[in-house]
Design a protein around this ligand. Structure first.
Ligand code: BGN
Length: 370
């Protein structure tokens, strides 16, 4: 039996590594949306050869992914470690720290899945059905049966978009739970009718989330974007990651190389090293570009999943008024970086509620001088 398990594991590993190899020779003739450009450019000037790369998750199909994890748990069981962890079965009486780590590749992923937008329940109905999700107050969740590899705060700047919030909550919890991460959802709402300050709300969300839990990773998330593929893991890699690569309303194409808006991931350390977001962008536009500039100053690079995985649906809404001052603040951004951001953040917390599906933070934002 042992020999059989060993042979099968070896075969699976061989297949896995051959897939890893195959990502380097991905066809340059693939449609552009399937290709990823390396940071130094799309072609090598000396040879003229394309330097496009594909990502390993793109090369693996979902059934192979399942096979790898199924065999991993089979070999674990056969070596008498009786922790039925990757199946999502709760191990009674064990604290999170005593549990084995969740598998590297979550076993319950679906790949592309249908986003639910029709016949959404009311907020009350959703809250009542929460028991099915097994959330802690504040919309916090730990995977049952294993210790999460990632502790992630999902931070959502928000104002006056209740239908979007319902659609977001209805889809996002199930999506995140299939990824077996520990997460909390933070809806940061701006009071009043002064121009929306998305970036400052994200700074507030980061500050408040860190007061609640020992997070490692922030995902900054627009409420109107819904992921379509759960291989788009909500974790923080070594480099910052722009998550919303291909959006239906942009015809599933990246508008420009440095875009960092929509949904983006930064480790807590990366976020702190760039002093968070600028607080100066009131109204639509520019704050994400300013963050991209901050990352460049700190020699961090924007990484991305391939476009066929990092796919999103955008919910319909009227466009906010663009901020006429965004160009000015964008050009002078790098100079202000050390004094405009997380370290000079001020806000008046009007309300803070650990709701069943999320943590709600209502804030009044002052205009800050730098
Ligand atoms: C850009 C905006 C981004 C926005 C994307 C996608 C600006 C700055 C002008 C130089 N940038 O144009 O903030 O995320 O569009 O909508 O407006």
């Amino acid at each position: 039996m042992r020999a059989l398990v060993l042979t099968v594991t070896c075969l699976v590993c061989l297949e896995y590594f051959s897939l890893l190899q195959s990502i380097d020779i991905s066809s340059p003739h693939a449609p552009p949306i399937y290709r990823q450009c390396e940071s130094r450019g799309c072609s090598d000037p000396s040879t003229g050869r394309s330097t496009y790369r594909r990502h390993v998750l793109q090369a693996l199909d979902i059934d192979k992914l399942r096979m790898v994890t199924a065999f991993a748990s089979l070999s674990k069981n056969s070596s008498n470690i009786s922790t039925n962890n990757s199946s999502g079965v709760k191990i009674e009486g064990k604290g999170v720290d005593e549990l084995p780590q969740c598998p590297m590749i979550p076993p319950g992923l679906h790949g592309r899945f249908p986003v639910i937008l029709d016949s959404l329940p009311s907020m009350l109905e959703m809250e009542e059905g929460e028991t099915e999700l097994g959330l802690e107050l504040g919309g916090v969740w730990h995977p049952p049966g294993c210790k999460a590899r990632h502790r992630v705060a999902i931070i959502v700047p928000y104002r006056d978009r209740e239908p979007h919030l319902r659609a977001f909550l209805h889809n996002i919890h199930r999506f995140l739970q299939r990824q077996q991460i520990m997460y909390g959802i933070y809806i940061v709402e701006q009071v009043g009718s002064t121009p929306f300050n998305r970036a400052m709300l994200m700074n507030v969300g980061a500050a408040e989330a860190l007061k609640q839990h020992d997070y490692q990773c922030f995902i900054f998330h627009d409420v109107d974007l819904l992921p379509e593929d759960d291989r788009n893991l909500y974790t923080c890699p070594i480099q910052p990651r722009h998550m919303s690569v291909s959006i239906d309303s942009f015809l599933y194409r990246l508008p420009y190389d440095d875009i960092f808006g929509g949904v983006s991931a930064l480790t807590v350390d990366q976020f702190q090293s760039v002093n968070g977001f600028s607080n100066m962008f009131w109204g639509w536009g520019g704050e994400d570009d300013d963050m991209a500039n901050r990352l460049r100053v700190k020699k961090l690079f924007i990484s991305r999943y391939p476009a066929n995985i990092a796919r999103y649906k955008m919910l319909k809404h009227t466009k906010d008024k663009a901020n006429p001052e965004r160009f000015k603040f964008l050009y002078s951004g790098a100079k202000r970086m050390t004094k405009d951001g997380y370290n000079n953040l001020k806000y008046h917390k009007e309300n803070f509620v650990l709701k069943r599906l999320y943590t709600w933070i209502l804030v009044d934002l002052p205009r800050l001088k730098v």
